[in-house]
Design a protein around this ligand. Structure first.
Ligand SMILES: NC(=O)c1ccc[n+]([C@@H]2O[C@H](COP(=O)([O-])OP(=O)(O)OC[C@H]3O[C@@H](n4cnc5c(N)ncnc54)[C@H](O)[C@@H]3O)[C@@H](O)[C@H]2O)c1
Ligand SMILES: O=c1ccn([C@@H]2O[C@H](COP(=O)(O)OP(=O)(O)O[C@H]3O[C@H](CO)[C@H](O)[C@H](O)[C@H]3O)[C@@H](O)[C@H]2O)c(=O)[nH]1
Length: 325
């Protein structure tokens, strides 16, 4: 039996994707160094604790499990931290990913799905953002991912590596059974912070700026459920298996919500007070990031099915409230 290698499978999006691929009947092997991931979130028995830059370990895993394709989530992904420590991000995400891709190609693995990000676009010139928009990242995190997208294209030319880069917009939500959810420490993402405030674990939620060029002045984002993200990865793997060409795709819903709309929806769904305070703008936040989603619908048959605000916030709330029991 052949298997799929998932790096970062102990992390938030990775663990949901591992579960989905296993439900589809794939054998899944996880490689994760647990620097931000959780051993308990790894739902396959095939787990290796190690680093993506360890070529000897990749060779061992590929041979032992007859790996034919990989999904590469492992990365550092805090935009703010990347502004302070750019070298750390380029080393962790770009240099190490490059070593990982080489180890795959050296061992004959020619199909790869890569976690990219809406941060590759920087300040968008057009919203909803199509994939052929200019890519001018405004933070080292976005740059570290864009380098790898370009490197993958080079590896296609040189070695016939077929790849799909999925440019996620804002990942959110938890599994339907509340088994796995977003467990980052420190947490910086809006929806978990809103829900921790609803639970009384934080005194208030800071709203980073209300003078953006949006209807209510707060930033607008395109929130996509992790279950939908998992589906997008499975479709990307299938497309590669079917011989589709390499390329980059947005993964979003095409619908944006402001920070205030998220807070209001969370108040309604949780029935809790969620105190907010106005705080200064956070460096590097564009006004609006919303995906154009036609390309992924046409090529991969993907549309988001679980990303309406109700499902998204309810699933995250069920997971967060269970943790606090
Ligand atoms: N969360 C979002 O909204 C979002 C948006 C766009 C893109 N992304 C990208 O999606 C991917 C997953 O994000 P996430 O939110 O699940 O992050 P996460 O931190 O929960 O998961 C990342 C996982 O990778 C592991 N890891 C990191 N460096 C490693 C290394 N060198 N070797 C082995 N394992 C390593 C971590 O231990 C962790 O389990 C990342 O590449 C991130 O940049 C996330
Ligand atoms: O306490 C908070 C936290 C966030 N926000 C606001 O909420 C919005 C969403 O912020 P998140 O931190 O949840 O998400 P980002 O849009 O900053 O980041 C996401 O999208 C980026 C692409 O632009 C990267 O891919 C990144 O990894 C991914 O988490 C932003 O306008 C932010 O300013 C607040 O007002 N208060």
């Amino acid at each position: 039996m052949t298997a799929i290698l998932v790096t970062g499978g102990a992390g938030y999006i990775g663990s949901h994707t591992v579960r989905h691929l296993m439900e589809q009947g794939h054998e899944v092997v996880v490689l994760d160094n647990l620097q931000t991931g959780h051993r308990g979130a790894v739902l396959t028995p095939h787990f290796y604790e190690g680093d993506i830059s360890d070529a000897a370990l990749i060779t061992e895993i590929v041979k032992k499990h007859r790996i034919t394709a990989a999904v590469h989530f492992a990365a550092l992904s805090l935009v703010g931290e990347s502004m302070k420590f750019p070298t750390k991000y380029l080393e962790a995400n770009t240099v190490k990913s490059q070593l990982f891709v080489h180890a795959l190609v050296d061992n004959g693995v020619k199909q790869l799905v890569f976690s990219s990000t809406a941060a590759v676009y920087g300040l968008p010139t057009q919203v909803p953002i199509p994939e052929d928009s200019p890519t001018h990242p405004i933070n080292p995190y976005g740059l570290s991912k864009l380098f790898i997208e370009q490197y993958l294209q080079m590896m296609d030319t040189l070695h016939g590596l077929k790849w799909v880069a999925l440019r996620y917009f804002n990942a959110a939500g938890a599994s339907e059974d509340a088994r796995i959810g977003e467990a980052h420490d420190p947490e910086t993402h809006l929806i978990p912070l809103v829900l921790q405030t609803a639970l009384g674990q934080r005194e208030s939620l800071s709203i980073f700026g209300n003078d953006y060029n949006t209807p209510d002045g707060t930033c607008v984002r395109d929130y996509i459920h992790v279950r939908d993200l998992a589906d997008a990865h499975a479709r990307a793997l299938q497309a590669l298996e079917n011989g589709k060409p390499s390329g980059s795709y947005n993964v979003g819903t095409g619908q944006g919500y402001s920070v205030l709309e998220i807070v209001e929806a969370a108040r309604r769904i949780t029935g809790r007070e969620i105190p907010t305070i106005l705080a200064p703008r956070r460096e590097g936040d564009p006004d609006v990031l919303v995906a154009q989603v036609d390309k992924i619908a046409a090529d991969l048959g993907f549309t988001a099915k679980h990303s309406d605000l109700e499902t998204l916030i309810t699933s995250a709330w069920n997971w967060h409230s269970q943790l606090s029991c």
